[in-house]
Ligand binder design. Structure first.
Ligand SMILES: Cc1cc2nc3c(=O)[nH]c(=O)nc-3n(C[C@H](O)[C@H](O)[C@H](O)COP(=O)(O)O)c2cc1C
Length: 368
């Protein structure tokens, strides 16, 4: 069968040559070892999903430092980090396994921000949940939540850079700044969670400053062609407020700033957006299309895609890629199945965040 669809066509993303435009979305799976060290099972899990050469994988969200931890998921599940030698040695194995299969991998850089669980942070040291302001999610206690000081914000930027350098030194192809889903950078982008009166709050430009400072500092450290960012303009997850005025204006500015950097020769490898349909039927104004028009570079879209909608959206432009989350959990050979139009296995939600191989590395490849 001849494949004429963009989804199955090669594309260059930053410095990575890909053979298709199907991407493994970042997926927290809480199966790291004590010390926030990726396990050998993680190597197997990513290797399985790298099996179709030239596929882009994005890692699960990965703590940039102990103080960025505290995943708000019940249980003892552990998220990996990327600050210690032991973690880096384990990541090297993951990256090598992916490269051995001819695929590419970006590390998603995570600071949890205000939604971090205090008791989990305290297991790693005397750390506190932090945000642009000490405004908790509705119904949550604010006792331990601290507003970052000016110098702490600069310190956070430095930690993102350190993590990005570590990722590249260990062999990753790039990093994706997690500026989505209500975590630290996302909370800076919204006036409901950011009521600062310094240069990081109070205006559209100021609210975008933290995300853009991270972009610029990482670009400077590892190159724009290895740097990417994830945004979820319309996500209401974790008490993020969206509306028809501030949200479009805020993200229009942010996309314009990213495009400005591209025009000046610092084009990010990609910008990754979460589609609004993931949060219920979207309001007519909740759409990423205006941002797609501003940003001319590679654009990854994620959220509720199936084969048909992925083919359609990838065919709409020369540089759109489609990320799959839940379907890639249950279908390690998703790229082959989509190519061959084979049926997809259903994911088991109960094993998203439990330990061990079950629901992680034991989903079989398709058999006729
Ligand atoms: C188990 C699970 C873990 C996730 N972890 C992350 C994460 O670490 N970082 C992130 O940006 N999004 C995360 N997401 C969101 C996915 O990247 C993706 O946007 C979402 O699942 C929608 O895509 P889908 O409809 O193809 O599943 C997670 C989703 C699931 C189901």
């Amino acid at each position: 069968m001849t494949q004429t669809h963009n989804l199955f066509s090669p594309i260059k993303v930053g410095s990575s040559e890909l053979q298709n435009r199907i991407v493994l979305a970042p997926l927290t799976r809480t199966r790291a070892l004590p010390g926030n060290v990726p396990s050998d099972l993680a190597t197997e899990y990513y290797a399985q999903r790298a099996a179709s050469p030239g596929t882009l994988l994005i890692t699960e969200a990965t703590y940039i430092s102990p103080g960025s931890a505290g995943v708000p998921i019940p249980g003892d599940g552990i998220v990996p980090g990327i600050w210690s030698d032991e973690q880096l040695e384990a990541w090297k194995k993951v990256f090598k396994a992916v490269h051995d299969r001819g695929s590419k991998i970006y590390v998603q850089l995570w600071d949890i921000g205000r939604v971090a669980w205090y008791h989990k942070l305290q297991e790693l040291g005397n750390y506190f949940p932090t945000g642009p302001s000490a405004i908790p999610m509705k119904g949550e206690e604010s006792e331990h939540l601290k507003a970052l000081t000016h110098w702490e914000i600069k310190g956070k930027v430095a930690l993102y850079v350190n993590a990005a350098k570590n990722a590249i030194a260990a062999g990753a192809d790039g990093v994706e700044i997690h500026s989505a889903n209500g975590y630290l950078p996302d909370t800076f982008l919204r006036s409901a969670s950011n009521q600062r009166t310094d240069e990081y709050g109070g205006s559209i430009e100021n609210r975008a400053r933290f995300s853009l400072e991270i972009v610029d500092a990482i670009t400077e450290a590892i190159g724009a062609d290895k740097t990417a960012i994830r945004l979820s303009p319309w996500s209401t997850f974790q008490d993020i407020e969206v509306n028809d005025t501030e949200t479009p204006a805020q993200f229009t500015y942010l996309f314009e700033q990213l495009q400005k950097r591209a025009d000046e020769g610092k084009q990010l490898a990609y910008v990754h957006v979460v589609e609004p349909r993931l949060f219920g039927p979207p309001e007519p104004w909740a759409t990423n299309e205006p941002f797609r028009k501003i940003w001319k570079g590679n654009f990854i879209r994620a959220g509720g895609y199936d084969r048909e909608t992925a083919l359609e959206d990838a065919d709409k432009s020369d540089n759109t890629l489609i990320a799959f989350g839940r379907d890639f959990i249950a279908n390690p050979d998703l790229v082959q199945r989509l190519k061959n139009n084979e049926p997809l296995a259903k994911y088991d939600r109960t094993t998203f965040y439990v330990p061990g191989a079950k629901g992680y590395t034991d989903y079989p490849a398709y058999k006729m």
